[in-house]
Design a protein around this ligand. Sequence first.
Ligand SMILES: Nc1ncnc2c1ncn2[C@@H]1O[C@H](COP(=O)(O)OP(=O)(O)OP(=O)(O)O)[C@@H](O)[C@H]1O
Length: 293
Amino acid sequence: MTTNTTVLEASDVTMRFGGLTAVRSVDLTVNSGEIVGLIGPNGAGKTTFFNCLTGLYVPTEGKVSYKGTVLPPKPHLVTSAGIARTFQNIRLFANMTVLENVLVGRHTRTKEGLWSALLRGPGFKKAEATSNEKAMELLEFIGLAHKADHLARNLPYGEQRKLEIARALASEPGLLLLDEPTAGMNPQETRATEELVFAIRDKGIAILVIEHDMRFIFNLCDRVAVLVQGEKLVEGTSEVVQADERVVAAYLGTPFEGAPGDEEVAEVEAAEAASATTSKEAPSTNTRTEDGQ
Ligand SMILES: Nc1ncnc2c1ncn2[C@@H]1O[C@H](COP(=O)(O)OP(=O)(O)OP(=O)(O)O)[C@@H](O)[C@H]1O
């Protein structure tokens, strides 16, 4: 199913927050027809990297291209270009219906825009029939058509997550970014999400997914990249990544040679050792005498 057409190309992406480098020189590509996984221990920089891809953050260094064009660092322009995403925490319009949530997701693909969709202005009426039809098709696809007029907040958790995916798909993306799509799900819901992701891929949409559930990732992905302390440690097929001892060590927090962050740790240790030696050799001029002078 995978092809060699590059959909997403992130080159040398670095994101610093003050003194903290959350993502360091990360390269990643996603090709059409591919499902790529992004894994790593807590705080490894996965969500920060996603935010750099979707224009929520402007990377300190590096660039991100979609189908050969460099993306502007503005979320709505990234969505219009063809990248949609879901978030770690559910972000639905709780008091809107299931159908309305999907319709809002379509605003980048209708001339009427978001406010017209929300206020149901005159322009919206004309486009409404087509939009409704497409939104209902999506709800059929994810299995929520029978709940189209339920309020989003009344859906069970697993269905809310599905609805988020439907809303993202409503912008007709070529690439879908999923941030922990199975977080909080029971095993059946997780399996259903796995099937859904395969079905989305079969529609011709490339997928990049962050997930802590390793079974889910290794079943699903054509390729997996591992971030550790902001750096890409390993990238390869599920088999390659599972067999790499450094990945296990990174998850367990066991030190290993060449681990990301090692250089900084060595520099700090060397500086501490040097200052300890200096203070032994040359007593501080601030040393007080016994009478406190
Ligand atoms: N806006 C921000 N300002 C400052 N530091 C941040 C900001 N966002 C993230 N960080 C820091 O960047 C590092 C990477 O965080 P990030 O949330 O990207 O990791 P993650 O791999 O997604 O973690 P998790 O799996 O726990 O969601 C962390 O040290 C985090 O505290």
